[in-house]
Design a protein around this ligand. Sequence first.
Ligand code: ADP
Ligand code: MN
Ligand code: MN
Ligand code: MN
Ligand code: MN
Length: 339
Amino acid sequence: MTFKAEYIWIDGTEPTAKLRSKTKIITDAPAGLDALPIWGFDGSSTNQAEGSSSDCVLKPVFSCPDPIRGGDDILVLCEVLDTDMTPHPTNTRAALAELSERFAAQEPIFGIEQEYTFFKGARPLGFPEGGFPAAQGGYYCGVGSDEIFGRDVVEAHLENCLKAGLGISGINAEVMPGQWEFQVGPLSPLEVSDQLWVARWLLYRTAEDFGVSATLDPKPVKGDWNGAGAHTNFSTKAMREGYDAIITACESLGEGSKPMDHVKNYGAGIDDRLTGLHETAPWNEYSYGVSDRGASVRIPWQVEKDGKGYIEDRRPNANVDPYVVTRLLVDTCCTALEK
Ligand code: ADP
Ligand code: MN
Ligand code: MN
Ligand code: MN
Ligand code: MN
């Protein structure tokens, strides 16, 4: 069998890594992950190596059907290794793989709400050429061409994610015109992170065909417009079975240096978004509460009512690295729950 494999990886762009991909024609090989060959790229073009020693290695870690090309073609998410086969400094997946193995017995799972914004040229989709649209209010989960911008792209992206077999669990229009959300999960830490990166790639690739771009910029329009986040919903087996574990997890995130350890790794520009306005808590003050969309961490009302379930960390930016946010949450909460 001959097929096209789109090898996707995360580069070294500062302060926020970008996705890259290129196509490998594979002949006479099965499409299973284990049979996919390692490959390489020019790290000096992706901020991952010096020109004098530029080779980086791509190691397949997740593959799925390619919904864009169809047929037998596949998407292949890779981690980046140095030529000695150790994780490259930009490879944040390796540390998550190690940690999630350590805490596997607690069965941590995540659902991540990925917010993003479409742009047409230099303006968010739906923003008039000069000036601003009507103030926020009617756009969130709206309907109608005065409120909704880009639904054709969103529907195509959803369809592509489903065809790829990703664990996407929903979509909605957001508070600012041209701003949307999709959710991935609940899944294990590595699964949710791998699949979120592939869903992001599919978002950019799908939008390309519509002549619009999508951005994970956490504050795409300054001023009185909502930013874009990546609310991270999290539970362990104990949290899914009882309320004490929910409270232990919430408390652990407030201890000592934990609030800063987390927030400084929750995406570049976090202080622009976590202002205390627009349904956020200030970046430098940790809080948690039931139903509280102004808290750092929210316990959904249903969770309080049932006395079990999950918590929502509302702080991560849209541009957060899912390998990092899931690692930090597992590390902090599972360490506390282990005691
Ligand atoms: P919101 O009300 O904050 O907009 P969403 O419906 O957008 O919430 O997202 C909630 C996310 O939480 C979904 O991705 C869902 O899969 C996930 N989720 C539900 N139950 C759990 C759980 N027990 N553990 C982790 N995540 C969960
Ligand atoms: Mn070349
Ligand atoms: Mn949501
Ligand atoms: Mn949202
Ligand atoms: Mn949310």
